[in-house]
Write a protein that binds this ligand. Structure first.
Ligand SMILES: Cc1ncc(COP(=O)(O)O)c(C=O)c1O
Length: 443
């Protein structure tokens, strides 16, 4: 039986009894879905996830960067209950529902001008698919340029833009035609830590793609994660994002920012692209926006949505009223509790703590990332930077055994990613660092 509640007194829901161990069930779930853990989960409260044995884990995996307010957050739970009692679903094709329209207005208000119009989908991959369709329809051009090591989703369109693992693409060819991959400025892995060289070298490589592979006049969009998530928590240098903006403007290409993982306050700014002082033409959102309910969004300026045209895209479930009601509670909580600044402050604490911990560990090549989006890259040797995914796997397994949930990412799963909830407290960061230290000491 679980007994511990780590939420403050605002937490009304009692902790339920632990459920049965579902790993014992007959094997009717497809093995195609990779699982980080062979553990069976029962319930979540605040920043703790409970297994079916009633054991609490400090949850810094957050449903893969999704439960940014923790589990069973009272404001989100209340909003879900109230909306479920009122109306679960009609499909937005039927007309208008208050939480959907209000969330669109609130999202527009937290994005910079002129990003003012929202299409709701169910997930990140759907947001990307829709954005690519918008770009092709509006520009009348076929080409899409994406970036090496990027992850944009698993459906056939998005996976054509995804190069973070060959396993995600193998056997699905032919993928979407017209997609070209330019090198992402991976500062640590490809440029020996020299951000300036990464910017000029990678922009030159993009210019070669535009000069030798596809003319700019045939390119509808550049699609980039301002900070790569699944590909290894790699921030694009600000100068590179500015270079993309400049090229997009010069050639009438749309710049699409995939903020599915790096957006929504995670970096200590509301949007990761803000660091570069640019405004993309289209922003794709999902993950954090409804704290775990399925919701995605494509946000752009009105004129682009008008030119996209009525009926050019659609959805049955996208923008479900319950998910949007949760989304309103998430935005309100981020605002009233100052969680973007909390992410910045706790991020400094986490990064400094990690840098101290790993300084003497020859098996760690890099600690990087702003706010609460920090990657720790494991290498066999600092000089060669050969990835060491095996040790990263061992370390997260040991952390889980000691009650801390962390995930890996990177093309060789060699990066341990830290994505704690945005409302994480200082003592929880210290607790996580302590467990990580012991896990590292295990080799
Ligand atoms: C940057 C990015 N884009 C798109 C996606 C796809 O989102 P979903 O899994 O909701 O389809 C992900 C998921 O990890 C992501 O990290």
């Amino acid at each position: 039986m679980a007994t511990m509640i780590d939420q403050p007194s605002s937490q009304p829901a009692p902790v339920p009894a632990a459920l049965a161990d579902w790993t014992e069930m007959p094997d009717s779930l497809s093995p195609v879905l990779g699982r980080y853990f062979e553990r069976s989960w029962s319930h979540g409260r605040g920043h703790r996830l409970y297994d079916t044995g009633g054991r609490a884990y400090l949850d810094f995996a957050c449903g893969i960067a999704t439960t940014v307010l923790g589990h069973a957050h009272p404001a989100v739970t209340r909003a879900i209950h109230e909306q479920a009692d009122r109306l679960v679903h009609i499909s937005n094709g039927m007309g208008y529902v208050e939480p959907v329209s209000r969330l669109a207005a609130e999202l527009a208000a937290v994005l910079p001008d002129p990003l003012d119009t929202v299409f709701f989908a169910n997930s990140g991959t759907e947001a990307i698919e829709g954005a690519v369709k918008l770009a092709r329809r509006v520009t009348g051009r076929p080409g899409i340029i994406c970036f090496s090591g990027g992850f944009h989703g698993r459906t056939l369109g998005s996976v054509a833009l995804t190069t973070s693992s060959i396993n995600y693409r193998t056997g699905y060819e032919p993928l979407l035609p017209g997609v070209h991959v330019a090198p992402f400025p991976n500062v640590y892995r490809d440029w020996g830590g020299d951000a300036e060289a990464a910017v000029s070298g990678s922009l030159a490589a993009l210019d070669r793609v535009l000069a030798e592979v596809i003319p700019p006049s045939a390119v509808a969009a550049l699609v980039i994660e301002p900070i790569q998530g699944e590909g290894g928590f790699n921030p694009a240098p600000e100068g590179y994002l500015r270079g993309l903006r400049e090229r997009a403007d010069r050639h009438g290409i749309l710049l699409i920012a995939d903020e599915v993982q790096c957006g929504y306050g995670r970096t200590g700014r509301m949007w990761a692209f803000e660091g570069a002082a640019i405004v993309p033409d289209v922003v794709c959102l999902a993950k954090a926006i409804a704290n775990g309910l399925p919701l995605g969004a494509i946000v752009s300026r009105r004129e682009l949505h008008d030119r996209w045209g009525k009926g050019a895209h659609g959805t049955t479930f996208g923008g479900n009223p319950v998910a949007c009601a949760a989304g309103l509670a998430v935005l309100e909580t981020i605002r009233t509790e100052g969680l973007v600044s909390n992410a910045g402050e706790r991020g400094v604490q986490l990064r400094e703590g990690l840098e101290r911990l790993v300084a003497a560990d020859e098996g760690i090549g890099d600690v990087r990332g702003p706010g609460l989006m920090i990657g720790v890259e494991f290498v066999r040797d600092r000089a060669t930077r050969e990835p060491d995914g095996e040790r990263a796997d061992r370390v997260i397994a040991r952390c889980a055994d000691m009650g801390l949930l962390l995930l890996t990412c990177g093309t060789g799963h060699q990066v341990v990613r830290w994505i704690p909830p945005l409302n994480v407290a200082a003592d929880e960061i210290d607790e996580g660092l302590g467990i990580f230290q012991r896990a590292l000491e295990g080799g």
